[in-house]
Design a protein around this ligand. Structure first.
Ligand SMILES: Cc1cc2nc3c(=O)[nH]c(=O)nc-3n(C[C@H](O)[C@H](O)[C@H](O)COP(=O)(O)OP(=O)(O)OC[C@H]3O[C@@H](n4cnc5c(N)ncnc54)[C@H](O)[C@@H]3O)c2cc1C
Length: 454
């Protein structure tokens, strides 16, 4: 009999696991209570980047005078922006559904929870169904963290989920949180015409990133008139008439028309029944995982995506889903490479765009490891001049003895696409010489990668 694999949560982790396991011969049932594709499609990656694309088009058109054109000033139409986002989300859901249907995955629209180690109960609009499984994956994702002091009313005090786009583009938005999500929303709303104040709890935006990279972004924010409240922690929000006052622990008050919370996510693990199935939790409140395969202490119950407590990225969630499918179907015993979170590429869709992978310069210095750092600014790249955008740089970190590429960061246009070359080098253990020897297209901004590797 085929392995009965039940998955609760159809985000990138869940639907990738479903598709891959079905291809490998499992009998798969996927339970999703909302939209197939998950929060990633409905609230997070896709709508935020669609908003940023519109903001990017607006700011690009505002800068075309450098290309021998008159400046164009288009008007933002929030209703058609909203429609565009829901069209993209709808198309993605349809294509995911069609793929899973074609692979014979059974899809159930409903809310699932574990009743025991092999039993999943699903509440649907038509009643309750009980499923029996040989293997179970819980991939129920996460939701925005809302602290007690913030009354997120969805009108004046927003979470990221209220912002695609809000009914009115805020006149003055106070953003709380300067991690990846916070800075992307600064860029998004500044491009769409809002004044923005950013509450930065430390002395640097993106506190865990390379200081040089963070400095490039701060410089851009300051040029665009973004006010930075550094070293301030928000402790309260007052809604006063048609505005908000964000109170900070150092006594400062940031006033605006709206506030937006970008202070992280919490996993959707209450009410999933993991305890009933005997799964243990760690001190942070995430399910305990044992070994490399995202198994919990109950071996046939797996967790993936944001509930796994690993790197909360859609790309990572999808890869975890794929690896779990392989493990369940016994493929890990053959040509299997464990997922290495240290080698995950990530990007920040700001202006300039930021992307990095592998070892960071500061990390190497902290550990005392000898590294070679080469940096090339885009200012020297012919294609960047043609594009009239010479901001940013490429930095490659390699082992001085072997030339093996250990990591890199890119700041500038198309950084999120360009980092793929360094990511491949890091994963495959390529040397800087392999990048130099590649015959790249001329003129492209990618040539700066070969120059940095040289
Ligand atoms: C604003 C924002 C922007 C982001 N942008 C990016 C980006 O550009 N790139 C990137 O890689 N990552 C990005 N992320 C992170 C990314 O969205 C998450 O890491 C990713 O969505 C995690 O995938 P997942 O499969 O764990 O869960 P999710 O995408 O959260 O999906 C979980 C699914 O489970 C369902 N579910 C929950 N409980 C149940 C239940 N009991 N029964 C049935 N179904 C259930 C939910 O309805 C949901 O559909 C962003 C995050 C945020 C907040």
């Amino acid at each position: 009999m085929a392995t009965r694999f039940v998955i609760v949560g159809g985000g990138p982790a869940g639907h990738t696991a479903a598709s891959h396991a079905a291809r490998l011969g499992a009998q798969v049932t996927l339970v999703e209570r909302d939209v197939l594709g998950g929060a990633a499609h409905l609230w997070d990656c896709i709508p935020s980047k669609a908003m940023i694309a519109t903001g990017g088009a607006l700011s690009y058109l505002g800068r075309v005078h450098g290309m021998g054109l008159d400046t164009v000033k288009p008007e933002l139409d929030t209703a058609s922006l909203r429609e565009r986002i829901s069209t993209i989300v709808g198309r993605l859901e349809r294509s995911t559904r069609e793929l899973l249907d074609s692979q014979g995955v059974r899809l159930i629209k409903g809310t699932g929870h574990l009743k025991g180690p092999h039993e999943v109960v699903v509440e649907t609009a038509d009643g309750v169904e009980e499923l029996t499984a040989d293997a179970i994956l819980v991939s129920t994702g996460s939701r925005p963290r809302i602290p007690d002091w913030a009354n997120a009313d969805g009108v004046r005090v927003l979470t990221t989920r209220d912002a695609y786009p809000p009914p009115d583009i805020p006149g003055h938005l106070v953003i709380i949180g300067s991690g990846v999500t916070g800075v992307e929303f600064v860029h998004m709303f500044a491009s769409l015409g809002s004044r923005v104040t950013l509450i930065v709890s430390r002395q640097q935006v993106l506190p865990i990133k390379d200081p040089e990279v963070a400095a490039a972004l701060e410089e851009n924010f300051i040029e665009r008139g973004v006010r930075l409240y550094k070293g301030a922690k928000a402790t309260g929000i007052e809604v006063v008439g048609a505005g908000v006052r964000v109170l900070c622990d150092d006594g400062r008050v940031a006033e605006g028309s709206h506030a937006l919370l970008a202070i992280g996510s919490i996993p959707n693990i209450e009410d999933v029944g993991l305890e009933a199935a005997g799964v243990h939790f760690d001190q942070r409140g995430f399910p305990v995982t044992v070994g490399h395969h995202l198994q919990t202490n109950v071996k046939h119950i797996y967790v993936a995506g944001d509930v796994s407590g690993k790197l909360p990225l859609s790309s990572v969630a999808a890869m975890q889903g794929r690896k779990i499918a392989e493990h369940i179907m016994g493929l890990h015993a053959r040509d299997h490479r464990h997922l290495d979170y240290e080698k995950a590429a990530s990007a920040i869709f700001t202006e300039p765009e930021i992307a990095d992978v592998g070892m960071a310069e500061a990390e190497a210095f902290a550990s005392g490891r000898k590294i070679r750092v080469t940096k090339v600014p885009f200012a020297a790249a012919p294609k960047a001049m043609i594009n009239d955008d010479t901001r940013g740089f490429v930095k490659i970190i390699s082992d001085p003895a072997t030339g093996v590429v250990l990591g890199g960061s890119i700041v500038g246009r198309h950084a999120a696409e360009l980092i793929s070359v360094i990511a491949l080098a890091v994963t495959a253990g390529l040397r800087v010489g392999d990048i130099v020897d590649s015959l790249l297209v001329h003129p492209t901004v990618a040539e700066a990668l070969a120059d940095a590797a040289d």
